[in-house]
Design a protein around this ligand. Structure first.
Ligand code: DGL
Length: 267
């Protein structure tokens, strides 16, 4: 087996900045990892796209990215892409691929009432992948699903330093509790990587609810898969790659610098 170069990056992929919620958890455990973070801004939002669009777009983009950056591992930090296209990507790429799927298992472990919520994109919450997660990990429990696409835009705006109307957060939480049995809801899985970036705002809209997401689990999985590999002798740094206009990244520069993403590039 060839030795992995210490400089070989971890490649993160999302439609936008949602994957930063996963990168944050990974950098806590791997503070020296070189990073290539890709935001498919030309394709944002994924949540309103068809299964066929996602299933052809994501593997094609990742194929080009892997060829260009030769990562040691790909992390698809997007629930929409993973619940639709994870197997297509794995079949197309010759590097380990770690996916992000809705944290229904941790939510089921945390609930006391047996009523859990799932906030995700419209595309994610209708996937049979989610049906399988529910029957495998939350059988006998009630899973309330609610699409909250406006939270994607709220997270993007927040990280650009723009003001966001708090109504979007209370609307999303009300969308869950308005279901029958919603009054017993105690745990919500944030099934879109953008949503942990606005978790505080969601919590303010509805206190006494516990939120869970998959980031810590993905970080542990990446550590496990890279256990015998070397890292550079300096803090994590890297490049933020966009499929959209490079100028649109300017407003994110301060946020990206916090993750060591001081360079930008386009695909
Ligand atoms: N961050 C993505 C996810 O985890 C999708 C956001 C979007 O582009 O709609 O599902």
């Amino acid at each position: 087996m060839p030795t992995t170069s210490p400089e070989a990056p971890l490649l993160f992929f999302d439609s936008g900045i949602g994957g930063l919620s996963v990168l944050r958890a990974v950098q806590e455990l791997l503070p020296h990892a070189p990073i290539v973070y890709t935001a498919d801004y030309a394709g944002l939002p994924y949540g309103t796209k068809s299964e066929a669009e996602i299933a052809s777009r994501v593997p094609a983009l990742l194929g080009r990215l892997v060829e260009r950056y030769q990562p040691r591992l790909v992390a698809i930090a997007c629930n929409t892409a993973c619940t639709i296209a994870l197997s297509h990507v794995r079949a197309a790429l010759d590097v380990p691929v770690v996916g992000t799927v809705p944290a229904i298992k941790p939510a089921a472990e945390a609930t006391r009432t047996g009523v859990i919520g799932l906030l995700g994109t419209s595309a994610t919450i209708r996937q049979s992948y989610v049906d399988r997660l529910q029957s495998d990990h939350a059988a006998g429990m009630t899973l309330l699903r609610y699409p909250a696409p406006e939270l994607v835009h709220a997270a993007e705006a927040k990280l650009r330093g723009e003001a966001v109307n708090p109504q979007v957060f209370s609307d999303a939480m009300r969308g869950l509790v308005n279901h029958p049995d919603g009054d017993r809801l105690d745990v919500v899985a944030l099934g879109c990587t953008h949503f942990p970036l606005v978790q505080e705002e969601l919590a303010s809209a509805m206190p006494n609810i516990r939120f869970v997401d998959g980031a810590a689990g993905i970080a542990r999985r990446i550590v496990h898969l890279t256990l015998d590999q070397q890292w550079p002798d300096r803090p994590s740094q890297g490049v933020f790659v966009t499929t959209g206009a490079l100028g649109d990244v300017d407003a994110l520069k301060t946020t990206l610098a916090d993750f060591g993403l001081t360079q930008t590039g386009s695909l």
